[in-house]
Design a protein around this ligand. Structure first.
Ligand code: MRU
Length: 348
């Protein structure tokens, strides 16, 4: 499998592949301030729940390594203020808050010297990065067991290497692992309006991996499913509530209803860092509303008339009842999710 690194720490800087210009250009941008990295998350240079978490962890490392503070308490203050800024970037993906909580806990522990504190923060960010790579691989391999030989599988948005630290990804990782197992699968990738993560990013990864695939517009899914052309749907998630309700890219809920109507399995694939036991149900998941320009314009070109009002919710919530299984690195959870997710999260 070709190596894809979405977020990296290199020579004291955070390096991101610029997802706004893929697939046309493969550009790696370097960040050495927390503010510039926060803006990169806000403007989708990096996106995808686990990737945002890893980028934010490295952002806290930037603050620790570049702080001019002479004493440990001032250093801690710089680190916590960086975590505060990074937490404001995007509201729905819980991996961001999960990673920042880990970084805050490390920064709040006792250390004899400021140097030791910086070292611990650096090690924690590195651990989050490495755990993300190994979780993606493990969940992809578990999930591949749900995909049968010859299956035609629909996916939405980009839940591949580009949505994680790299390589497998989550939902697309499951399909990559099934392909590597030699199952001759065909992927149907939704283009995913308005930001086109499917058309630009998932299609780029599928071509790179040589996985047989078709790109479709979002509105074609119902027709193809009703004709029996799709055997299963697998998508990622930005936050999974304690009861199994799952927020993911706008349009995912619609697909889950189609899956139910036509009796095909609908799977979620996500690392346990996406499972948020502190959010009881999908109703409490904050849904990001993004800039109207994403809907009125394509690649900077205005399509809608000036003055037209726009709604742009970036995510929707799929009720647990529509989900056949949730694939994680610790195994596959089935309903009732309140019990199965808690068990997996608590390592039982
Ligand atoms: O707005 P985005 O591109 O950050 O949204 C990404 C998604 O909705 C993905 O499907 C989700 O983060 C899962 S990725 C492993």
């Amino acid at each position: 499998m070709p190596t894809i690194r979405t977020v990296q720490w290199k020579s004291g800087e955070v390096v991101l592949i610029d997802q706004r210009v893929l697939p046309g250009k493969e550009i790696y941008r370097k960040y050495k301030t927390v503010e510039s990295l926060a803006k990169a998350i806000e403007t989708m240079v990096v996106r995808g729940a686990p990737a945002i978490g890893v980028a934010a962890a490295f952002g806290v490392r930037l603050a620790a390594e570049r702080s001019k503070a002479k004493d440990i308490e001032k250093l801690r203050k710089d680190i916590l203020s960086a975590a505060g800024r990074l937490a404001e970037t995007r509201p729905t993906a819980v991996n961001l808050f999960w990673a920042l909580d880990r970084m805050r806990k490390t920064a709040s522990s006792d250390f004899a010297t400021a140097k030791n504190l910086v070292k611990a923060v650096a090690a924690q960010a590195q651990a989050i990065y490495e755990e993300d790579l190994s979780a993606s691989r493990a969940l992809s391999e578990h999930g591949a067991n749900l995909i049968r030989q010859g299956a035609r599988v629909l996916t939405h948005c980009n839940a591949g290497a580009l949505a994680t630290a790299g390589d497998y990804g989550t939902a697309l990782g499951v399909l990559k692992a099934a392909h590597l197992q030699g199952k001759s699968i065909t992927v149907y990738a939704d283009e995913t309006r308005p930001f086109l993560q499917g058309a630009r990013l998932t299609a780029w990864e599928l071509r790179k991996e040589n996985i047989p695939a078709y790109l479709i517009t979002d509105s074609m899914a119902g027709h193809l499913i009703s004709r029996g052309d799709i055997d299963a749907i697998v998508v990622g998630a930005d936050r999974i509530a304690a009861n199994g309700d799952a927020a993911n890219k706008i349009g995912t809920y619609t697909l889950s209803v189609l899956a139910k109507e036509h009796g095909i399995p609908f799977y979620i694939a996500a690392p346990l860092s996406t499972v948020d036991l502190n959010t009881p149900t999908g109703k409490e998941i904050p849904i990001e509303e993004r800039h109207e320009g994403e809907v009125t314009h394509v690649h900077g070109k205005r399509l809608a008339p000036k003055g037209m009002r726009v709604r742009n919710p970036a995510f929707d919530v799929t009720p647990a009842a529509n989900i056949a299984a949730i694939v994680t690195e610790a195994g596959i959870a089935r309903a009732p999710y309140t019990e199965s997710l808690r068990k997996l999260k608590e390592g039982k």
